[in-house]
Write a protein that binds this ligand. Structure first.
Ligand code: COA
Length: 201
């Protein structure tokens, strides 16, 4: 995106992150625009909510909730410290969104709105057919130059204790458990607790 000096607005490819081609079609990383939010909401509901069984009946409702939440944050008056990055496969007449990540500056806990803001990663998701091919890793790495431009030298994120694929990816990219005792405590008291990870840049 032009205001960051990282993306070319005409050809929205991140210049200082490698353009990767481990699958048969290359994918590109770009900041997403407001008109792409419904595709992001569809991708997030596909990745985070059940797609079959009776619980899938609620998925359209959840998708609508995600869309409205994104829309409120990415409206015209959005904070300058929030970015939604997409991984796209560009075809001759269209593009397919295959992954997203969101990075923003905000307090770590919604219950402490006056706590100092930190660089925080959320909504990392890659659609199932394109997983384990490096898309998630490149989405995470793409957040780093943005955060450096915000003059932050740490990145934070939460992951569920039982989300092994995501935890492996975060470890590979250099994230560490912020409070090493949290894992034991979460295993004893709450099997599916969120863990706080961080990476220093
Ligand atoms: C977590 C997620 C984003 C990973 O995306 P991805 O594109 O598959 O990740 P990558 O291909 O970049 O993976 C990098 C590393 O993570 C690990 N990894 C990724 N998927 C894995 C899986 N299914 N099982 C085990 N390890 C996995 C591997 O160590 C991999 O290293 P490798 O390239 O040497 O195999 C994806 O699985 C997903 O969308 N999950 C559902 C949503 C979610 O849980 N988001 C995270 C919320 S905290």
């Amino acid at each position: 995106m032009a205001d960051l000096g990282i993306f070319d607005p005409k050809n929205p490819v991140i210049h200082d992150a490698p353009s990767i081609c481990q699958m048969d079609i290359p994918f590109h990383l770009c900041t997403l625009k407001q008109q792409e939010l419904s595709a992001v909401a569809a991708l997030l509901s596909l990745c985070f909510y059940p797609q079959d069984g009776w619980r899938s009946w609620f998925t359209p409702l959840l998708q609508m909730g995600i869309f409205h939440d994104l829309q409120s944050r990415y409206s015209v008056h959005r904070s300058p410290y929030t970015r939604l990055i997409g991984a796209q496969i560009l075809r001759s007449t269209s593009s397919e969104l295959i992954g997203t990540v969101e990075v923003s500056l905000k307090p770590l806990s919604p219950w402490s709105p006056f706590a100092p803001a930190v660089a925080y990663i959320s909504n990392l998701a890659v659609v199932p057919p394109y997983r384990s091919q490096g898309v998630g890793k490149q989405l995470l790495l793409a957040c780093e130059p943005i955060v450096r431009q915000w003059r932050q030298n740490h990145l934070y994120l939460h992951v569920l204790n039982d989300n092994t694929p995501a935890q492996r990816l975060y470890a590979k990219v250099g994230y560490q458990l912020t409070h090493p005792n949290a894992r034991q405590a979460s295993l004893i008291f709450a099997p599916s607790k969120r863990l706080l990870l961080s990476k220093s840049l």
